[in-house]
Design a protein around this ligand. Structure first.
Ligand code: 3HC
Ligand code: NAI
Length: 719
């Protein structure tokens, strides 16, 4: 857990050995304490260097240990002792110094960082704060404003930025450990008192209160309802106003309030869920660690519309050469200019050069004969997509993978028209595709494990969080969205307003309520789908029977809004009104209010006061209920996969963990009871009927979300 060696006759080299990230587990802390004691007591030792095995300094406290009671030596006294020691200690940072790893570096008297190293205090993203002195030492070292920014955001910084801020003493392109040993030898004779950060006085701005107030407001706006950043601000205030001995106690008190909170549990769950999602498994036994992805050097995109452009940018940014195909010259030219502009802006922001040389634009599918993979992103029209796939089958070499970005059509039906159904898979990106992190990899029943592995690994290469899902209408994300949207519009019928529903959802933590989000996405898309599926349009008699389709409740208000040409932000009118077409400042619209009143009186609906609690329960429990059905159907393998999809694709608040984790936090028994209650009140809404899996889990004593998988017996897995 920590290796101790004497190098250059007088330097104790302590190497943390807890792969893969050398997390500070109880065993590591124990070994570190012993090694430090040995170094400080050995008269031959004049200096100490601390480094991490395998080119990684330290990824911080062992998060897996957070669930149990604290074992082994606590970190704060251990770090205090390192700082107080009379022999110079040098941190040799390679790879990462994060969280407790960064705090370890802060107590070392000197820091050498490899130029590729990254440092940061990401505790806030786990719902906690840096509790090994980080909130007390960092402000003393770099000042309050810079420390506040790093601690409240959890942002990772480069070695160069750390050097500029005065966190590290030297950045090297050589082996950091070797450089640190030489540095340590030179540091032996130098006094250490000014190198003990806890002894420094925090450089304090004269307007401290005003500064903290501004940061508090910013944090509250950015992370509505999230506790950890606010506690971080309080801890930094303590660093500014108290001596270290008192500040560290304040840090510890604040940590205690966060540590056992539901938010910390949710955020730590998200950390592991994201990593679990990459570990896909098929019923055949094929899985992430036994299926080799193909190497993708070149790709093609068909259709340079909203999605195609973003996908081209994502691929080029990952260093893959791309051929983009459009149907008409003018559209090709427009798409080309848009892609070039996006790539140039993106490269400027990241301080790199735009990879324009990787791009080729064409009107001919014939140019695709040698590419490794194609992603089709033409209109959502099955007949058109089938024609494109048939054509691709003829043109592309037999080994080329054929992928579709359809947002809900049958991937297997497309596979069926090709000469290589095993090489067909869905790659469902989210808009804007070069920004959104989520990628649903839709596995058709005939997609081979190599094909799935390739799509998953390509997603990772593009910086996406890829989740393998089964093939059904809407896959996971869009399938679950339907009951959520339905509940929101039913609540409108019953007496709520768009702004009331949005506020309840935004107070819950969503960045945008459902109606503001729909205005942003465009209301016409769903309207077109409803018309195509016969739910609305001239052939449907709205009075016979009213507010019902196919035997279930149907709310025609969204259709009525679209019939008035209100398509959302792009037309300047939707569920809200905007200053101008394309405007983003949503204001309540009296015309919508009138429409709702007329609608209710037409159908003799007595509006009632609807509580925020009912809004949250009906929207979110209906969402989770569909998630349970998706698990039953084998469309998603694990609740973690569903949660990751909602976190990265639909803006579900991370501090709530995702819809399935949220349901588990509320208590499955309570979710079941509320769904039964609402279903009784609305028997014509099948989505409110509790799913068999939810009932089964409750009957099994509501096990933790991580063990649901053991209770899911799928009749037929679609994965
Ligand atoms: N504790 C326990 N396990 C950890 C861990 C940690 N701090 N950091 C990473 N791991 C595990 C991951 O779960 C994963 O496990 P798996 O292989 O079983 O799925 C494995 O290490 C590799 O992690 P990644 O897949 O994330 O590897 P990457 O190379 O992509 O990223 C990393 C490495 C940047 C270090 C990233 O893992 C990371 O950000 N880790 C968390 C860092 C963090 O938040 N540290 C703060 C901890 S809290 C703390 O220190 C409190 C302190 O103030 C007292
Ligand atoms: P879009 O309408 O913006 O773009 C489609 C493009 O395909 C147009 O530029 C069109 O000229 C081109 N095209 C049509 N036929 C073609 C052909 N035969 N050859 C070459 N190009 C052709 O559509 P959008 O929004 O980009 O959607 C594309 C696909 O992505 C659809 O299947 C959609 O369901 C899916 N999708 C859309 C999302 C969105 O938010 N817009 C999100 C996720 C998936």
């Amino acid at each position: 857990m920590a290796r101790y060696e004497l190098v250059k006759r007088s330097v104790a080299l302590i190497t943390l050995t807890n792969p893969p990230v050398n997390a500070l587990s109880s065993a590591v802390r124990h070994a570190m304490a012993k090694s430090m004691e040995q170094a400080l007591n050995d008269p031959k030792v004049t200096a100490v260097v601390i480094c991490g095995e395998n080119g990684r300094f330290c990824g911080g406290a062992d998060i897996r240990e957070f669930a149990g009671p604290l074992r082994g030596p606590p970190l704060v006294p251990l770090l205090d002792a390192i700082e107080a020691g009379e022999k110079p200690v040098v941190a040799a940072i390679e790879g990462v110094a994060l969280g407790g790893g960064f705090e370890l570096a802060l107590v070392c008297h000197y820091c050498i960082a490899h130029f590729k190293a990254r440092l940061g205090l990401p505790e806030v993203t786990l719902g906690i704060l840096p509790a090994a002195g980080g909130t007390q030492r960092l402000p003393r070292l770099i000042g309050i404003p810079a420390a506040l920014e790093l601690i409240t955001t959890g942002r990772h910084i480069s070695a160069q930025e750390a050097l500029k801020l005065g966190i590290v003493d030297q950045v090297t392109e050589q082996n950091a450990c070797e450089v640190a040993v030489e540095f340590a030898l030179r540091a032996v004779a130098k006094p250490l008192s000014s190198r003990r950060v806890s002894m420094l006085t925090t450089p304090c701005p004269p307007d401290l209160d005003a500064l903290l107030e501004v940061v508090t407001m910013e944090v509250k706006k950015k992370a509505r309802g999230v506790m950890a950043p606010l506690a971080c601000i309080q801890a930094v205030r303590a660093a500014a106003t108290m001596p270290y001995s008192k500040g560290i106690k304040r840090e510890s008190e604040l940590m205690a309030t966060l540590f056992n909170s539901g938010q910390a549990r949710a955020l730590q769950y998200c950390f592991f869920a994201q990593r679990t999602a990459g570990k896909w498994t098929l019923p055949s036994g094929a899985q992430w660690n036994n299926s080799k992805p193909r190497e993708i050097r070149s790709a093609a995109i068909i259709g340079l519309g909203t999605m195609g452009r973003g996908i081209v940018v994502s691929l080029a940014r990952a260093g893959i050469s791309v051929i983009a195909v459009e149907s008409e010259k003018k559209l090709l030219e427009t798409g080309k200019q848009m892609v070039i502009g996006m790539l140039e802006r993106d490269a400027k922001r990241r301080g790199v050069s735009a990879s324009l040389n990787l791009l080729k634009f064409t009107l001919s599918l014939q140019d695709l004969k040698d590419v490794d993979l194609v992603i089709e992103a033409v209109f959502e029209d099955m007949a058109l997509k089938k024609r494109v796939f048939q054509e691709l089958s003829k043109v592309c070499r037999p080994a080329t993978l054929l992928c579709t970005n359809t947002s809900g059509l049958d991937v297997d039906a497309l596979a069926g028209v090709t000469d290589r159904p095993h090489l067909v898979v869905g790659m469902h990106f989210f808009s804007p595709a070069h920004v959104m992190k989520l990628l649903e990899v839709v596995c058709g029943p005939r997609s081979s494990s190599e094909t799935i592995a390739t799509a998953m690994s390509l997603g990772k290469r593009m910086g996406k969080v890829s989740v393998a899902v089964g093939n059904c209408p809407g896959f996971v994300g869009n399938r679950m969205l339907k009951p959520y949207l339905d509940q929101a519009t039913f609540l409108l019928e019953e007496g709520a307003t768009p702004e009331q529903i949005d506020k309840a959802l935004e107070d819950f933590g969503f960045a945008m309520g459902v109606f503001r989000m729909s205005d942003l996405a465009g209301l016409d898309v769903g309207w077109r789908i409803r018309k195509e599926s016969g739910l609305t349009g001239p052939d449907v008699d709205p009075k016979n029977p009213p507010r019902r389709r196919h035997g279930r409740r149907y709310c025609p208000i969204p259709d009525m809004v679209c019939e008035q040409g209100r398509f959302g932000q792009k037309t300047g009118r939707g569920w809200y009104m905007y200053d101008k077409p394309g405007g983003t400042n949503a204001k309540p619209d009296p015309l919508i209010q009138n429409l709702l009143e007329m609608y209710r009186s037409r159908y003799a609906i007595q509006p009632r006061n609807i509580s925020d609690k009912e809004i949250i329960e009906r929207c979110l429990f209906a969402l989770a209920n569909e998630g349970f059905r998706i698990l039953e159907d084998g469309i998603a393998a694990r609740p973690e996969d569903i949660d990751v999809i909602y976190l990265f694709g639909y803006g579900f608040p991370r501090h709530r963990g995702g819809p399935m984790f949220y349901a588990s936090m509320v208590g499955l028994e309570r979710v079941l009871e509320r769904l039964e209650h609402y279903h009784q009140a609305h028997p014509d809404v099948p989505h409110l009927e509790p799913s068999p899996l939810l009932k089964k889990l409750v009957a099994c004593g509501s096990p933790s979300v991580q063990t649901w998988r053991e209770h899911i017996k799928t009749m037929h897995s679609h994965l």
